[in-house]
Design a protein around this ligand. Structure first.
Ligand SMILES: [Zn+2]
Length: 390
């Protein structure tokens, strides 16, 4: 079996532990087989990449993407009108772009007709070179609800329960719900809660019975309260979360995925936005920053996810999300864990997101020290996925 190694690197293992200089990582096939100081590295018969001055990390994991969307102002509604072949081709292309940016795994949080499930399968079977995808399939939303273009509509606890079972049967590895309105697209409904407590409970119960986790798109404390009560596993956006809710999320082991990038990029392009969208984006951005700063201080688990596919938010902006999280109190070390080991642990993928013997050889080599400056992550020198340089 081929042995490969990176040597001389500043090694980040995916936790918040300090990085270790002059370290070597060896892998055989798709698994890491040795980690330690350069001086002790067993390099006989090994293909070696010299990496002095570079940092080596686990491949990054984006906890929230939409492969099927074109990142334009009209892309969210537009996906409903596109020929499905075009949606599929774009989804494959976006998954490949993620990998090129050093994101070796991503969780898709809703795709039209569940195309992301098929992208996930194609990657798994080696038919495409792309980020590994954990796909939610179609998100579940009430009739006319937010996210309908990425979803399936269901009303009432029994219909929601059946929709969960149907998505899992179609290959979804996680369930996505839209219990509140949102920012983008028709049917956005602001922060209104549009699913009932009984619907949420039915969805969570059925998903957990089938062995899959549930993520819920939520803006506003009212929706967050319902989701915590129902036993949701991840809260996406988490706009306006209160200190008490953050403490409860921490106690219940619920992870928050704020996707600050989606709003941050809109604020950058304020001159191009319809006025009503700009007003919504500014309100959500302010409420998210305040809530997530509190959540980090309260010890809630906060993960890095970009919501890529939304307007001006192409695949690969995860380092930007990490900078935003770092700035809200997480710090650079915390942000690195939030885009590696913490996502993997939350999504029950403990054999990645870490650099240790036995883990999958998903590695990212970058130019510079991300602990000092997270923009180093925007300069990938080499991406290794499943042991293969990509
Ligand atoms: Zn999303």
């Amino acid at each position: 079996m081929n042995r490969h190694a990176v040597t001389g690197a500043l090694l980040f293992d995916g936790t918040t532990d300090p990085p270790r200089p002059e370290h070597t990582v060896v892998w055989e096939g798709n698994r890491i087989s040795w980690v330690g100081p350069d001086a002790e590295a067993p390099l006989d018969g090994t293909v070696v990449v010299e990496a002095k001055g570079d940092a080596l990390l686990p491949g990054l994991i984006d906890a929230h993407v939409h492969l099927c969307l074109e990142p334009t102002i009209d892309g969210v509604d537009g996906v409903a009108e596109d020929p499905i072949e075009r949606v599929m081709a774009r989804s494959i292309d976006n998954a490949a772009r993620l990998l090129a940016a050093g994101i070796t795994t991503a969780r898709d949080q809703g795709s039209r007709d569940g195309v992301a499930v098929r992208v996930a399968g194609a990657q798994r079977n080696g038919e495409i070179v792309a980020a590994r995808i954990m796909a939610a399939g179609r998100g579940i939303t009430p009739t006319g609800g937010h996210g309908w273009m990425l979803g399936v509509e269901a009303d009432g606890p029994e219909a929601v329960r059946a929709a969960v079972a149907a998505e899992v049967a179609r290959g979804a590895e996680i369930i996505k719900l839209f219990p509140t309105g949102g920012v983008l697209g028709s049917g956005s409904h602001g922060f209104d809660v549009v699913m009932t407590a009984a619907e949420l409970e039915a969805a969570v119960e059925e998903a957990h019975r089938l062995g899959v986790l549930v993520g819920a798109h939520i803006h506003g404390p009212e929706g967050i309260e319902m989701a915590l009560e129902a036993g949701i596993d991840t809260i996406e956006h988490a706009t306006g979360i209160t200190a008490a809710q953050a403490r409860r999320a921490a106690a219940q082991g619920v992870a928050l995925v704020p996707t600050l990038t989606g709003i941050d990029v809109l604020q950058d392009r304020a001159d191009l936005l319809p006025p009503d969208l700009l007003v919504r984006a500014l309100a959500v951005g302010a409420a998210q920053a305040e809530g997530i700063r509190i959540a980090i201080a309260e010890g809630a688990r906060v993960l890095a996810g970009t919501d890529s596919g939304t307007p001006f938010n192409p695949p690969g902006l995860l380092p930007r999300e990490m900078r935003l999280l770092a700035g809200l109190g997480m710090g650079n070390a915390g942000a690195i864990a939030a885009a590696t080991s913490l996502v993997a642990d939350t999504l029950r993928m403990q054999d990645r997101g870490v650099v240790r013997v036995g883990a999958i050889a998903d590695l990212l080599l970058v130019d510079g020290d991300p602990l000092a400056d997270l923009t180093a992550l925007e300069r990938p020198r080499m991406v290794v996925q499943d042991g293969a340089a990509r």
